[in-house]
Design a protein around this ligand. Sequence first.
Ligand code: SAH
Length: 265
Amino acid sequence: MPASTAQDLLDRVVVVLMRTTHPGNIGAVARACKTMGITRLRLVDPVASINDEANSRAAGASDVLDDAEIFDSLEGAVEDSVLVLGTSARNRKMTWPVGTPRDLGERAISVLSGSDLTEDSTVALLFGQEASGLSNGELQRCNFHVCIPANPDYSSLNLAMAVQVMTYEVRMAALLSCEASSVDLAPVLTPEDAAWDDALANGREVDGLLVHLEKMLVGIDYHDPQNPGTLMARIKRLLLRSKLDKMDVNILRGVCKAALNKSNT
Ligand code: SAH
């Protein structure tokens, strides 16, 4: 049965933690998940218990902790998963299908959007123990490995932060896949096109600014029209990349005017 909204898709994502040792991390994971609309947490053979510290780090996400399922094996935790994405801070020796968080977030959502799933099918995001990560055997249970492309000299994220990055990517993929149908997501999805505080400059205004800029650059002896090189072309490219609004144009023209006045005195 295909899911229809972004939340339907996210409801089929499970976050699986292997042998987590710190209760605070379990709480922080619950919070990270809930902020991204993912509420299904599975703990495999947890060393830590869900205690006060976990609840305190979960902040308003104690419900995710309350509903967390405990498994004694990874196999049990991913039994209903049609796709298992294993996260690892390091590149392991063995070759395995790999992807970026973004690519695999999209893949997770495209799998969950398929019509060939049963109602209880899930996609699992699998995370390792704080000190040791996932074992080779656990990684071999995964369809794909994903490494968050962090600083190569310091690439190991805190467990909950790794969960945050992955769940964010899955959420983004879900929102984008449902973009057309979800009105309330539009501002989140298209920040570029969200209502701007000033109207965008039109071509005439941009051209007027360019003429003014060139005049000013000549006036302050920065630009030699006899030997123009690519300066004006580069400035134009810069301005056209930046989605200038009318106020931006006014400010820059004010700068041109002031610089020209100064150069004439
Ligand atoms: N020392 C361990 C790191 C464990 S950090 C190791 O080298 O694997 C705990 C978990 O957080 C990891 O098992 C993984 O699930 C996740 N994690 C941390 N950094 C990550 C990264 N850069 N990319 C993907 N997952 C990461």
